[in-house]
Ligand binder design. Structure first.
Ligand code: CA
Length: 467
């Protein structure tokens, strides 16, 4: 079987050869040929993917009880995206679809399906950037692909090892000198270490911390006491504040190295807030846990910043999703958007919000038979409407502008809108691959590629030479 690495070499040639015919704006075969010579003009790209971050849990999006001054600062130097979505909730499918830039159902992943491989015949975003001459690094949680697809084999040249944790804790770690460390802090330090070492070349960094995934019970009092949140939300608030501290470290590092204008940053959540931890999707309803049927499970707080290139202190209300990060990153690096991508380059929309929705329609279809039923989801977004299929009552229609909490079902009042949106969903569903479950394919259930445990970095070149 052809290896991913070998395939990519041929895929790269294929893409370069196709440039002239697909005619991407701003990209030409001659530019591709001299890509090495223009290295310094290519922007760095950083994706900050925060686990279970709720729309109502960030100051820039209206949260009042948890201070997030650094995320808010990032929003001030960029665009707040107020209708940004995850099309494939929750953790694993969300990350797989982001890394491939395509609906995960196109490769058979209709739900968690941990262990199901990423397609071998299409480059991941990291592979694509690596092959375009970028230094690629990853810090944090992976939860993508099969056991044979750790990040080092999916395009990341450097992967931060996960420090050993104390007992069954997820956040309280043991440092090399035996002292205790806070995982989010350590991840933030690895992020800035990567930037320090690659500041003189274009880099692609994927920062995907463990936070703010449960359990927030490990959050120390010095973090908890920095918010006004109360009840169980107080611990979660400490977790969010710790992530915000890392965003602060990042912004300081970029300023220190003079990279502020040379760096495109995306910040978003991998799915909505964990309601059991006190997370909020306000003004919407729903989230992870008992709110998976509502808007809040998939509507995430997204900030995109690239000072000097896209507007600052601005907002974009059009429909968009994390599938767009791949296409936007490729376009920013001045390389063609691969044909497998379902996403679009967002930059023109962020520059000119009057262009409207980046996607006329967005679709959801979670139906992995090995997932709990509450995680099954069929829905469509179009203009201000959300069409959602209730398991007993059929299609329900909500006007999210007037009714963000989805209390008034308007399906009977607007049957023509229901028909239109439902038929678009059916058309889209016909283009997808059949459902694949991890276990039915003889794959280990609930596993996937792993990040090595230890201190410092794992280098892909070492791993791949061993195989
Ligand atoms: Ca998650």
């Amino acid at each position: 079987m052809q290896s991913r690495r070998y395939f990519l070499k041929s895929a790269g040639i294929m893409v370069a050869g196709a440039v002239g015919t697909i005619g991407n704006a701003g990209c030409s075969a001659s530019r591709m040929a001299i890509a090495g010579a223009e290295k310094k003009t290519k922007p760095n790209v950083i994706i900050l993917l925060i686990d279970d971050l709720g729309y109502g849990d960030v100051g820039a999006f209206g949260c009042e009880d948890i201070p997030t001054p650094n995320m808010d600062r990032l929003a001030e130097r960029g665009v707040k995206c107020t209708n940004s979505y995850v099309t494939n909730p929750p953790c694993s499918p969300s990350r797989c679809s982001l890394m491939m830039g395509m609906y995960a159902q196109r490769f058979g992943k209709y739900g968690m399906a941990r262990g199901l491989p990423l397609p071998e015949n299409k480059p991941t975003l990291a592979e694509y950037m690596r092959d375009a001459g970028y230094a690629t690094g990853m810090v944090g949680k992976w939860d993508i692909g099969s056991p044979e697809q750790p990040p080092m084999k999916c395009g990341f040249m450097e992967v931060a090892k996960i420090p050993p944790t104390e007992g069954k804790n997820r956040y309280i770690c043991i440092n090399q000198d035996g002292s205790k460390g806070w995982r989010t802090d350590i991840e933030g330090d690895m992020m800035t270490d990567f930037i320090a070492r690659h500041k003189n070349e274009p880099f692609f960094l994927y920062f995907s911390p463990q936070a703010v995934h449960s359990p927030s019970s490990e959050v120390p009092e010095e973090l908890r006491k920095r918010s006004k949140a109360s009840g169980k939300r107080r611990a979660l608030a400490g977790n969010i504040i710790s992530v915000d501290d890392q965003v602060g470290k990042l912004l300081t590092a970029l300023e220190k190295y003079g990279l502020k204008k040379d760096t495109l940053i995306f910040l978003t959540g991998d799915n909505g807030p964990n309601l059991y931890e006190g997370g909020s999707s306000d003004p919407y309803r729903g989230g992870k846990g008992y709110g998976t049927q509502q808007e809040g499970w998939v509507h995430t707080p997204t900030i995109i910043s690239h000072p000097g290139t896209i507007p600052q202190n601005s907002f974009y209300e059009g429909l968009m999703c994390t599938l767009d990060f791949y296409a936007t990153t490729a376009a920013a690096a001045d390389i063609p958007i691969p044909t497998h991508c379902d996403g679009v380059d967002l930059i023109p929309y962020l520059k000119r919000p009057d262009l409207g929705d980046a996607h006329p329609f967005l679709f959801w279809l979670n139906k992995d038979p090995t997932d709990p039923k509450h995680r099954h989801l069929t829905a469509v977004r179009w203009k201000k409407w959300r069409l959602y299929k209730h398991k007993n009552l059929g299609w329900q229609l909500f006007d999210l502008e007037r009714d963000p909490k989805e209390k008034n079902d308007l399906a009977d009042k607007h049957p023509e809108i229901v028909r239109k949106m439902a038929s678009k969903h059916a058309e889209w569903a016909k283009t997808l691959a059949p459902v694949k479950t991890a276990s039915a394919n003889g794959l280990p259930q609930d596993t996937g590629g792993k990040v090595p445990v230890g201190y410092g970095w794992t280098y892909a070149v070492e791993i791949n030479n061993k195989v």
